[in-house]
Design a protein around this ligand. Sequence first.
Ligand SMILES: C[S@@+](CC[C@H](N)C(=O)[O-])C[C@H]1O[C@@H](n2cnc3c(N)ncnc32)[C@H](O)[C@@H]1O
Length: 147
Amino acid sequence: MVIDPGRAFGTGAHPTTRLCLDLLQAVEPTSLLDVGCGSGVLSIAAAKLGFSPVSATDLDDVALETTRANASVNHVDVDVVEILPRAELAVMNIALEVVEGMLPKLPVERAITSGYLDRDEPQVDGWRHVERRARDGWAADLLEFRT
Ligand SMILES: C[S@@+](CC[C@H](N)C(=O)[O-])C[C@H]1O[C@@H](n2cnc3c(N)ncnc32)[C@H](O)[C@@H]1O
């Protein structure tokens, strides 16, 4: 994989990105929505792992452009979107309060979340914890929506 983050976040080296990658490798590849895609590193890795379709979004236009460019360099299909499509799984490496605020609005039933410390865990009504990975004081979780 070739990733030029430019001015966007995401060389792939940060522990939270690596923890998300660990969990992406632990689940069956499905459709994926990458929220807060930054450089596109998670979308591109997921596409190479067989996730399809992969959609990516970010509130930063630089991140959207960087994700498009990095997907092209890596010869993978990543749909850079502003309106979020339904997907089976989301990945969100952002921050605890953003994860907790966005999770109820996402059109997905499972999510890999990170961007917070090992002492923290998202608490969102209807979402239950399935699995956790931790490294260097950071954590990532696999969460599932249960009615
Ligand atoms: C820590 S970076 C993660 C980048 C990449 N996914 C990775 O794992 O390396 C978080 C990204 O989330 C974006 N972001 C922050 N708040 C957001 C929001 N409310 N909606 C969408 N993207 C957001 C930021 O612009 C930034 O690109």
